[in-house]
Design a protein around this ligand. Structure first.
Ligand code: G3P
Ligand code: MG
Length: 493
């Protein structure tokens, strides 16, 4: 049997005495010092050879969440503004055609006084008598993370429903406290997601108060024509991209249907083949890669993405001579490493996929991957949230202004809290999701505190802004300037 010497492996030889005592039998039978497969180290049938590389992988270079990475500093302007800025939609409102009806105080019959339910009339009368409190109520707002704060997957966190009822008017003023939903969730068009959330939460979630991770990425449809869209169930992310206005959308299944050898470990079903849209991708340039949601098949998606990143300007079947200047841009909709789910421990999310991809790319090319990550905690996402919040204020209170006291309620310190802190919002960390630590998160402490659940966070913030004695129900105890006390108005719709 061939034998290697330590010098062949650039391994420092053990002292002769020690070597002998460790490997008497091996030394005599095999005449070398390499461990033999199947033999346990440290026994008299094996020797231990010092490792030539550290056994500790160093993921730290890949662990930054924000888009501007050290590697980008030298390359800004390499391709439009990629890497140096993140486009967000100019229009504040996604659509006036919100699928979920949200009562609009201003709607009415042309030329006629608006029809308002009794409760709204009473609420506006009470608000007229509580000027100061109303002013404070309109000067505060909430931005809610969803997963781990209001729901776990499709399961309601009960305190979430109650918190939203309070903000939707079940409070002593009968007033709507502005709030938006700011989630790193993804993988579905906004309209069906809002409908689904409204059902789960038992409260209206309107399109115009809802931002998921890829929502601001609709702005990218003006920059790129042919895009590879990755992630999500079936073809749902293709639908998202279509709705955002991307003109030519390619998904991994289209590529596998064109050339199955691209993904050697993929079992491609007949149904997938029938529903895909193959073309000759050796004749098409992909302009950019959009990872919209979690990959359902890491092996296939990573292979296809790496192929494209290494290609000459996004053309399959080519390999770029210069991996940097000919590389197409890649965008990720969010960077969360972990995500809470029905499973007792948080599951890996899009950030884990991205870190894997970055490491592979570096190992294969020797250069850092330049990429952009949307979602919390990226500044662009918070700026967009401000726009949406301002617009939502106009819809519910007729005042297009941004409240001064904004509270972000989140469960993920590395996403919700760090982003909110950087953006100057008050941050509330809840214990119903990713965070499972002590008094506060050590790296990214919540500025307003840690709360057992979202309801406690909301009540504490409202008490701070509106007074410690503020009541969290619309009740007959309220003075009724028209009818007097004694009636239970909570039952009036
Ligand atoms: O991390 C993935 C996503 O599900 C997180 O959503 O609502 O906690 O930002 P959210
Ligand atoms: Mg969360």
């Amino acid at each position: 049997m061939p034998a290697f010497e330590d010098s062949d492996l650039n391994v420092q030889a053990q002292p002769a005495q020690q070597q002998r005592s460790n490997s008497q039998a091996v030394g005599s039978s095999y005449g070398g010092s390499l461990p033999v497969p199947g033999m346990e180290p440290g026994t008299d049938r094996s020797v231990e050879v010092p490792a030539t590389r550290s056994s500790i992988a160093d993921p730290s270079p890949y662990m930054h969440q924000l888009s501007l990475s050290p590697s980008m500093k030298d390359r800004r302007g390499s391709r439009n503004s990629f890497g140096a800025s993140l486009p967000i939609p100019r229009s504040k409102r996604q659509s006036r055609l919100s699928s979920v009806h949200y009562p609009d105080a201003k709607s009415g019959r042309p030329g006629m006084p608006p029809i308002q339910p009794t409760r709204e009339i009473l609420a506006s009368q009470i608000q007229d008598l509580s000027g100061e409190k109303v002013k404070f109520a309109k000067n505060m707002a909430f931005a809610f993370d969803i997963d781990g704060v209001l729901v776990h997957g499709d399961r309601l966190i009960p305190e979430g429903k109650r918190a939203l009822e309070i903000l939707n008017g079940d409070n002593e003023l009968g007033i709507k406290i502005p709030h938006i939903f700011l989630t790193n969730g993804s993988g579905k068009r906004e309209v069906p997601r809002c409908e689904q959330l409204s059902k789960i939460l038992g409260n209206p979630v309107a399109l115009d108060q809802f931002i998921q991770s890829h929502t601001p990425m609709r702005a990218l449809s003006e920059y790129y024509s042919t895009v590879l869209v990755v992630g999500g169930e079936g073809y749902k992310c293709r639908e998202v991209a279509e709705e955002y206005g991307f003109k030519d959308i390619v998904v991994p299944n289209d590529i596998i249907a064109w050339d199955p050898t691209i993904a050697p470990f993929r079992v491609f079903t007949d149904e997938e083949r029938a529903t895909s849209r193959p073309r000759d991708f050796s004749k098409i340039n992909i302009d950019a890669i959009m990872v919209f949601s979690d990959s359902r098949d890491y092996a296939t998606d990573m292979q296809i993405i790496i192929d494209l990143l290494k290609s000459e300007n996004g053309r399959f079947g080519t390999v770029a001579k210069d991996p940097v200047s000919q590389r197409i841009p890649i965008y990720f909709s969010q960077g969360d490493l972990l995500c809470p789910s029905e499973h007792p421990y948080p599951r890996m999310s899009q950030g884990a996929f991205r870190i894997g991809l970055e490491a592979m790319y570096k190992a294969l090319t020797g250069v850092d991957l330049e990429r952009v990550v949307y979602g919390k905690p990226e500044l662009a996402t918070y700026k967009y949230a401000d726009e949406v919040m301002t617009s939502w204020m106009e819809q519910i209170h007729g005042e297009e202004k941004l409240p001064e006291n904004i509270y972000m309620v989140g469960d993920n310190p590395a996403s919700d809290i760090i982003g909110g802190n950087m953006y100057g919002w008050n941050t509330c960390l809840v214990r119903t999701g990713v965070f499972q630590g002590g008094d506060n998160d050590e790296n990214n402490p919540a500025s307003f505190g840690v709360f057992v659940n979202v309801l406690e966070a909301v009540k504490t913030a409202m008490r701070k802004e509106l007074g410690q004695d503020f009541k969290f129900e619309w009740s007959s105890d309220n003075v009724n300037p028209v009818l007097g006390g004694g009636q239970d108005y909570s039952a009036i719709e």
